[in-house]
Design a protein around this ligand. Structure first.
Ligand code: SF4
Length: 258
């Protein structure tokens, strides 16, 4: 499958269980997924490295203008967003002007909807870069991915394009000294004859060790919700997710299951 792609730079607002009324900002091209990972469950589909011709990344000025226009329209229509969220067709921190765009967005939020939160959904692969790290500290909800307990499942599930290890990924999350929210998608299945499962006792136990070390403000746990590029994947039942969540709670860390 080709996956679901957002065909706009500013999209929504959409009703999100996690984020309420959320206005989305897609910093990636509108015609292909652009990410440093290639997760087997990605709703946007597989990376399409073989294609050589793509739309360019949207420019900072264009994004600010479109966001201003959208916020003006929402104000006129009496629609109040709870969140302005960086999400979309891949990894938002890839954009070379990510930090400046975050600054523009915070200013526009303050001007139009000062009570709305700013949120970034990121896979955390680039947070070691100071510009990106500092920008993420400025947003209200810095939501970063950690899907696995073991290196084996990390390599099978997230398929990072760089040779980043799970240990390095965890170290990167620790850089925030607790000023982050961790999001984890639990799943099981089989891809290319290899077992995918981050819900076994061994995996969950290792993942909990990482969570303890990272000590985030909150953990968001969720299952597969839409069609996935890998076909043989299973949705984890809510009861299992609740069981994992209760183990996070015993660490004194707030957890939400979706
Ligand atoms: S990090 Fe997000 S956008 Fe990138 S492949 Fe994984 S799920 Fe898709």
């Amino acid at each position: 499958m080709s996956g679901f792609l957002f065909n706009e730079i500013i999209f929504g607002p959409v009703k999100s269980r996690r984020l309420g009324v959320s206005l989305g900002i897609n910093l990636l091209p509108i015609d292909y997924k652009y990410c440093t990972f290639n997760c087997v469950y990605c709703e946007c589909g597989w990376n399409e490295e073989h294609k050589t011709k793509h739309s360019p990344l949207p420019k900072r000025e264009e994004i600010a203008l479109l966001l201003r226009q959208k916020l003006e329209q929402l104000l006129k229509d009496g629609v109040v967003p709870n969140n302005i969220t960086f999400a979309g067709n891949g990894e938002p921190t890839i954009h070379p002007d990510f930090a400046k765009i975050v600054d523009d967005t915070i200013l526009l939020r303050d001007e139009f909807f000062p009570k709305a939160s700013t949120t970034v959904l990121s896979n955390a692969s680039l947070v070691h870069k100071p510009g990106i790290f500092n920008a993420l500290l400025k947003v209200d909800n810095n939501i970063l991915k950690l899907d696995c307990g073991s290196e084996t499942q990390y390599q099978r599930i997230n398929l990072a394009k760089s040779n980043i290890s799970l240990a390095q990924h965890v170290e990167n999350l620790c850089l925030f000294k607790g000023d982050l929210i961790v999001q984890t998608l639990f799943l099981s299945g089989n891809v290319d004859g290899k077992i995918i499962d981050n819900t076994t006792e061994e995996e969950v136990s290792l993942w909990l060790d990482h969570i303890k070390k990272i000590n985030p403000k909150k953990v968001m746990i969720y299952p597969i919700d839409r069609e996935t590029p890998a076909q043989d994947l299973n949705k984890i039942p809510k009861e299992k997710l609740m069981e994992i969540a209760s183990r996070v709670n015993t660490l004194g860390i707030k957890t939400e299951v979706y």
